[in-house]
Design a protein around this ligand. Structure first.
Ligand SMILES: Cc1cc2nc3c(=O)[nH]c(=O)nc-3n(C[C@H](O)[C@H](O)[C@H](O)COP(=O)(O)OP(=O)(O)OC[C@H]3O[C@@H](n4cnc5c(N)ncnc54)[C@H](O)[C@@H]3O)c2cc1C
Length: 431
């Protein structure tokens, strides 16, 4: 995605109900620092916070406002782990890095809730677990295997049969479900703003409406240019994920496929309806490849999201299919009025893994969370802070991967649409 101009936050449920934003200025003139971070989403904010915690001087540049990208628009589902099962990750990354990576991925949700507690972040945080509904027998088998592998690593997961899943989710549609107790929910924009406030309190300097337009080397390290000024730093960290506004580093943008995801929220529901939905306070996603994800907010609105048309400005007309899906899954919502619709970009990678890159000496990037970035981007920020703070690739419990731009990247939106249709067909066939 390539948005030309800086803008205010797009309208959404989250921008309407978030805790206040910290007051920040645009960058004017010169700044000198140890680390300059580009991007004010969870990746950049968590990096700034962890650097500031370690006493490392840093400056963060955000093109728009804090949480303007996916971090202020997502479903707020805090999900531990990656798309792969732990055994698969261990096979892929070997006997040393494999288990370390699994531990890191398994600890992402813990990190989110620890930070919320440590800095008293006011973000409607709840930690009642995360549910994944199974759409088919194959989905149930996948969940049983995943649950077994995490149980073997000490996580007390629960399998729900069809009747238990119907009660826990409030939908008869699923064949069963998996409850991962590590998960939870946050008001995503309030969480981003809380991370920013914590980083500022510890001395990080944050600038908004200050897009990085160019990165150059200088004698002491790097210079990052913005329209109003420049930052000189030893190290650079880039955390722009799918909402990259500039081609800051050759090939970086071409490592991810931006995929739009649309969400709708009802008005606050009457108790008689609300009490039938996710009564345990969890959020729910599913095993379908083209998945729908749902939760309630603190005021009792029901929120559901799914893959969306490739456009930035959406209206309720764009949400007709999603509304229909919502009523198939949750027929008790018939007649409930919709209050909000909004969209954002998820960064998909070809290998479905998040990527930590060392682009050049003292230049790092983290991106590609495949729709699971609330927890993983927070963790990535911590890992990037470790790398920028001087840790070698081997000292960090997550692999540093080579930059591999996707060939014919310009065609990926078309290919992604074709894949989505194919996946949708497989989902309907329940395979
Ligand atoms: C609709 C939607 C629903 C989602 N739901 C969930 C969910 O429920 N659970 C989950 O785990 N994950 C979810 N995700 C994914 C998650 O939101 C992201 O993975 C995560 O927020 C990525 O954080 P980030 O900081 O890397 O990127 P972003 O939050 O996108 O931040 C990047 C920032 O960089 C800024 N930027 C870009 N270019 C420049 C530049 N040149 N100079 C300065 N700043 C720049 C942008 O303005 C932006 O603020 C969802 C995503 C979307 C879009």
């Amino acid at each position: 995605m390539n948005s030309p101009a800086s803008t205010a936050l797009p309208p959404s449920l989250w921008s309407a109900t978030a805790s206040p934003a910290p007051h920040l200025e645009r960058l004017l003139g010169e700044q000198r620092t140890q680390v300059v971070i580009i991007g004010g989403g969870y990746t950049g904010l968590s990096c700034a916070l962890h650097l500031a915690e370690a006493g490392t001087d840093c400056v963060l540049l955000e093109a728009n406002e804090i949480g303007w990208g996916a971090s202020g628009r997502n479903g707020g589902q805090v999900i531990a782990g990656l798309k792969y099962n732990p055994d698969e990750l261990e096979q892929m990354f070997g006997p040393d890095m494999g288990p370390r990576m699994v531990k890191t991925a398994g600890g992402t949700a813990d990190l989110v809730f620890e930070l919320i507690q440590r800095y008293a972040i006011d973000c409607e945080a709840r930690r009642e677990g995360w549910l994944q509904g199974a759409h088919s027998q194959s989905g149930l088998e996948l969940q049983a295997e995943r649950a077994r592998q995490w149980r073997a690593r000490g996580v007390q997961t629960f399998q729900l049969d069809k009747r238990e899943a119907a009660k826990a989710i409030g939908s008869q549609w699923y064949e069963g479900a998996w409850l991962d107790p590590r998960g939870g929910t946050v008001q995503p924009l309030s969480y981003a703003r809380g991370l920013a406030a914590a980083a500022i309190k510890l001395g990080a300097r944050l600038f908004t409406h200050s897009p990085a337009t160019r990165i150059e080397r200088d004698a002491a390290g790097w210079v990052v240019h913005t329209p109003g000024g420049r930052v000189h730093a030893r190290q650079v960290v880039i955390g722009n994920n799918a909402h990259q506004q500039q081609n800051l580093w050759p090939g970086l943008r071409e490592t991810v496929v931006p995929a739009y995801s649309l969400q709708i929220a009802t008005r606050p529901l009457p108790a008689s309806v609300r009490d039938t939905l996710l009564p345990g306070g969890q959020s729910v996603s599913e095993t379908r490849r083209v998945l729908r994800y749902s939760r309630l907010d603190a005021a009792g609105r029901f929120i559901i999201g799914a893959r969306a048309p490739h456009k930035d400005n959406v209206t309720l007309t764009d949400a007709r299919d999603l509304h229909r899906d919502m009523l198939i899954l949750f027929p008790q919502l018939a007649g409930m009025e919709l209050e909000y619709v909004w969209t954002g970009c998820v960064a998909m990678t070809r290998d479905f893994l998040p990527h930590l890159h060392e682009l050049a000496p003292n230049m790092f990037a983290g991106l590609g969370y495949n729709g699971r970035g609330v927890a993983m981007a927070t963790m990535m920020g911590k890992l990037l802070a470790q790398r920028a703070g001087g840790a070698s690739a081997q000292q960090v419990d997550f692999p540093t991967l080579p930059l591999q731009p996707i060939p014919l990247h310009g065609l990926t939106p078309v290919v992604a649409q074709l894949y989505a249709r194919w996946y949708d067909l497989l989902d309907r066939l329940k395979v």
